[in-house]
Every structure is written in structure tokens, then in C-alpha cells.
Design a protein around this ligand. Structure first.
Ligand code: 13P
Ligand code: ZN
Length: 271
């Protein structure tokens, strides 16, 4: 058996969460990540028959039976993951009953997965239908994106349009746009269902007055999506109150989209 502390997926989780913490996105226990792992790779590090304990997931996820995820722990700080991954992370497998998680590694202090597991697993289910290679769901509290939700309409089209207008390459990075949810109570199945519904159309879902969700094939791709929204939101917050002399026009967004051969949300432009 290989040493799990050398596993590339542990290194990725340590590095990514440390990076997000340093960016100021994940105060205290803010933010959570779930990353679907290749079972053959995991079983090079862990005995598949050794279930440490089982934890109910609170809903039924039949399409995820047997799937393995590394997931941040609830109440745990991104700040601390690099120093102690085994306490702050866990590796879970969805059991045959579809309602239970089998803990294979981690949550060493008796902890459990993030309170946002419903939003994560329901989003995995939605994105896997669109893209069988989707692996990562990432939730975080990026400062400017959150600030923007205080002063901007919480509407998919209007929010996406404003973000696309901020920098030329936004439409290239997320031509499918951004879904936006109003303020909701977090950590339950209801916000999970609402997030997953948006994930049918988008890889990015903003939670009004709370944060953002991203979905992608890799940690880098997912982080990059959120990072690009956050950069645009920073620009918006810097200039929203100033007179605007220049802007990227809708016909210019079309020109970028056509130059890059993108399948973009044409209905989000006002042509
Ligand atoms: P957890 O500590 O349960 O992951 O919750 C953090 C969070 O960001 C809730 O939305
Ligand atoms: Zn949150």
C-alpha cells in the first residue's frame, strides 16, 4: 500500500485550499470542496474493505453509489488543511443504500463532511449528466463577488452580462454564463436542489449574499472559473460608482465569442 500522504489528490487539496485561504476567500470554516476520485487510484492507498464508520448523507443519491470523494470537513478551516489533512479532510464512498457515506480515511477527530454535502453531491449529479468528466465542486466566499451581490440584481442574465462586460476574456472562460440564487438558508437539501437545478445550465452558481459554487473537470479548471468571476467582480466594485467612459459593447462580445468559436448564451446579450 502506498502512503496516502503522498497521494496527488491530497497534495492538490492541500495546495488549493491554502491558496484560497491566502486569497481571503475562506475565512474561518468558510468554503468547502468535493473532488470525485478514481477508485483504482484510491485503492493504491487505502484498503477498500476498511470502512472506519458510516455517516448518513440525508438524501438518496443512487447515481453516485460506489463513487469516492475527498471532501472538506464541516467546521474545519481551509487555513489548517495543509498542516493536518487527516483531521480536516475525509475520503468517503457512497454506500449501496445510496443514503450513507462510508468513511475510508480522515475526519480523524470524529468529524464529518461539510454541511453543504447536499449541494455538492446534487451538483455532481447534475454536472455529470452534462459532462461525464466533471470531478470537482468548489464552494467559497470570494470577497468582491459577495460584495457585488449586495448591489447588483440577482438575475442570471443581468449578473452574467455585467461580469462579461468587465473584462474581455470572461465570455471565453464561461460562455455558458453564471446562475444566480437569491439569499437562502444554507446547509440543507433545499439549497442543494436549487443549486443543482442551476448546475443543469451553468458551471458557476452565485449564492446571493453568501458566495459561489464552481464545477469542473479538474481543480485548476474549477478554481480558474471562480478566480475569473472574482477578478471581474473586483473590477465592478472598483468602477461601479464612477462615470463609465468605455465599455465592451455587446457586438464586441459577439466578436470575441465568434473569434474563439464559442457556444455562448446569445440570449444573455441585448442585440
Ligand atoms: P462547512 O464548515 O459545513 O463546510 O460550511 C462552510 C460554508 O461555507 C457553509 O456554506
Ligand atoms: Zn458558504
Amino acid at each position: 500500500m502506498k502512503d496516502i500522504f503522498n497521494a496527488p489528490f491530497i497534495t492538490e487539496m492541500r495546495k488549493t485550499t491554502a491558496n484560497m485561504y491566502r486569497l481571503g476567500w475562506d475565512e474561518r470554516n468558510g468554503g468547502n470542496i468535493s473532488y470525485m476520485l478514481d477508485e483504482n487510484e484510491v485503492y493504491e492507498y487505502l484498503d477498500q474493505s476498511n470502512v472506519i464508520r458510516t455517516i448518513p448523507i440525508g438524501f438518496s443519491a443512487p447515481t453516485l453509489v460506489g463513487k469516492i470523494f475527498i471532501v472538506t470537513g464541516t467546521g474545519k478551516y481551509f487555513k489548517n488543511i495543509d498542516d493536518d489533512p487527516e483531521t480536516n479532510l475525509g475520503i468517503i464512498r457512497i454506500a449501496k443504500d445510496a443514503c450513507t457515506a462510508e468513511l475510508l480515511w480522515g475526519y480523524r477527530d470524529g468529524g464529518k463532511f461539510t454541511s453543504e454535502l447536499p449541494a455538492h453531491l446534487m451538483s455532481h449529479i447534475a454536472r455529470l449528466k452534462k459532462d461525464p468528466e466533471n470531478r470537482v465542486i468548489m464552494h467559497t466566499h470570494p470577497t468582491a463577488t459577495l460584495a457585488m451581490t449586495h448591489i447588483h440584481e440577482l438575475d442570471d442574465k443581468k449578473f452574467t452580462h455585467t461580469i462579461w462586460e468587465m473584462c474581455t476574456e470572461c465570455i471565453v472562460v464561461f460562455p455558458d454564463g453564471i446562475g444566480v440564487l437569491p439569499w437562502m438558508v444554507c446547509g440543507n437539501n433545499e439549497i442543494g436542489t436549487a443549486t443543482a437545478e442551476k448546475m443543469n445550465d451553468y458551471r458557476l452558481v452565485v449564492w446571493g449574499l453568501h458566495g459561489i459554487y464552481g464545477a469542473g473537470k479538474t481543480m485548476d479548471e474549477t478554481f480558474g472559473l471562480i478566480e475569473t468571476v472574482e477578478k471581474a467582480a473586483q473590477l465592478y466594485m472598483m468602477i461601479a460608482h464612477l462615470p463609465h467612459k468605455n465599455t465592451i459593447l455587446d457586438r464586441e462580445l459577439v466578436a470575441v465569442a465568434e473569434a474563439f468559436g464559442l457556444d455562448y448564451r446569445k440570449d444573455f446579450l441585448n442585440l
